[in-house]
Ligand binder design. Structure first.
Ligand code: ADP
Length: 462
């Protein structure tokens, strides 16, 4: 049997050895999932809702345990990891109401009655990345289960521990055997088999744009439906009329949260020329103030990078001659530590400006006016999120409408709320997760027309 060794990113110590499944295990899982799904879909909607509420309750009771696992496996600061585990319970609770709200429509037509049904797709594959293992998994499995599907869930190779535990908690909560199966394995083996298996009707993939494009191509021969949540290179646009103190104080957290390993990271700060010097003066102490250290410490705001190979990739964007404006602190010693880093490249096509770094590295650029700000913000293949700082409401709305991205916030860096839709424009993805409509992304619309005989004696009934 193939195995993989997991290491604690904060100190490099050995954490666990995990068995990796093979393609045949996926085939067996699809068969079991199909059987479980048929029974699940036949349940009364209220019973499916109760199942999800029970799952939420069990997750809520294990927040501390799940958070500690994520600290050890992913190096997330414990406060953040607690939020992530609680968010899984919130997402389950939110979608527990969905089975009773999977409304169809009645459409006026001639000659009868026309109605639509939101039918479950069947077996859904959810493939998750290593940056937010728990939360991203729940964005897939909660609405998919609510809509009457079974779910096969493949965690990323580096960070499977909390996902494996969530699978156990689902069973403990009484979800039917086979309905939610966690399948740890390699992307090229388990992931690929999930995408190409004819019994899997939909795949939700979150990860890099490169792998997402491969998943989309692999899904084509079986015409498998995909939702893709991919990379980002989001802009934080700071106008001179904004509250510059707040814009500068919050900018580090808009990009360095989760050590920058966040597809929504505002990794390009764009500042109006007339405010640039002042903004940089304010940004420097804000960056120095980010508390980087032991993820198990409650006061820590930023932990280590997830793995050594990823550290190497991030470090490649900060060579010795990099245009470093200033850097924050990071611990010495073992662990994948990388300090918050601010770069000021002179070229708008610098590699650090164009490519997704997925680490605590941000570039700062100047813009001339509103049109230049919009052009710069859109000068990327990605389109996931972004922030706009201004006190001018009309400008905030004009710029928000002009930026080609799925999730924008004005005078804040908020991207993800379970009640609102999340997803990307351009090469940041296809489809949306979360929000009230997410369960419908796991259904097929069925239209049924019922012929109604004409009234044989219309005069009498008139
Ligand atoms: P990263 O998030 O490190 O950029 P990827 O985008 O490659 O990595 O991986 C995201 C998820 O996709 C992981 O669970 C990974 O195992 C999986 N994966 C990788 N390659 C494939 C593939 N060819 N088919 C399906 N899933 C894959």
């Amino acid at each position: 049997m193939t195995t993989t060794d997991l290491h604690n990113p904060a100190d490099g110590s050995h954490l666990a050895t995990i068995a990796l499944l093979d393609a045949e295990a996926v085939d067996d899982a699809v068969d079991r999932a199909r059987t479980a799904q048929r029974a699940w879909a036949r349940l009364a909607p209220v019973a499916r809702g109760e199942g999800l509420r029970a799952f939420a309750t069990v997750v809520r009771a294990h927040v501390e345990e799940l958070a500690a696992l994520e600290v050890a496996n992913s190096g997330h600061p414990v406060g953040q990891a607690r939020w992530e585990a609680g968010h899984v319970a919130d997402v389950l609770t939110y979608y527990a109401a969905a089975p009773e709200r999977l409304f169809g429509r009645q459409i006026p037509v001639a000659g009868g009655l026309d109605m639509t049904f939101a039918e479950p797709i069947g077996v859904v594959g959810v493939i998750t990345p290593w940056n937010f293992p728990m939360t991203i998994a729940s964005w897939g499995f909660a609405p998919a289960l609510a809509a009457g599907n079974a779910v096969l869930l493949k965690p990323a190779e580096w960070t499977p521990l909390t996902t494996i535990r969530l699978g156990e908690l689902a069973a403990e909560a009484g979800l039917p055997d086979g309905l939610l199966q966690v399948l740890p394995g390699k992307g090229s083996v388990v992931g690929e088999r999930m995408v190409t298996h004819p019994g899997v009707g939909k795949v939700v993939f979150t990860g890099s744009t490169e792998t997402g494009a491969r998943v989309m191509a692999a899904a084509a021969p079986t015409v498998t439906n995909v939702t893709l949540e991919l990379g980002g290179k989001s802009a934080n646009v700071v106008f001179a009329d904004s509250d510059l103190e707040r814009a500068a104080a919050t900018a580090p957290y808009g990009v360095f949260d989760n050590a920058g390993q966040d597809c929504c990271a505002r990794s390009r700060i764009l500042v109006e020329e007339s405010a640039y010097e002042r903004f940089m003066e304010l940004l420097e102490p804000a960056v120095a103030g980010v508390r980087v250290g032991d993820p198990a410490d409650d006061a820590t705001e930023m932990g280590p990078l997830v793995s050594r190979p990823h550290w190497e990739k991030v470090a490649s964007y900060v060579p010795d001659d990099a245009p470093v404006a200033f850097r924050g602190a990071a611990p010495d010693g073992p662990g994948n530590w990388f300090p918050p880093t601010v770069l000021t490249p002179s070229s708008r096509t610098d590699r650090a400006v164009v490519e997704e770094i997925f680490g605590p590295v941000v570039t700062v650029q100047r813009f001339r006016d509103e049109a230049d700000a919009i052009a710069l913000a859109n000068a990327t293949a990605y389109g996931l999120s972004g922030s706009i700082w201004t006190r001018d409401l009309s400008r905030a709305l004009r710029v928000a409408r002009a930026v080609e991205a799925g999730n924008l916030s004005v005078n804040s860096h908020s991207s993800v709320r379970y009640a609102t839709p999340f997803g990307g424009f351009k090469q940041s993805g296809i489809g949306r997760e979360l929000g009230p409509d997410a369960p419908f992304a796991f259904t097929e619309t069925k239209n049924v027309f019922v012929h109604v005989d004409e009234d044989p004696a219309p005069e009498e009934s008139a």
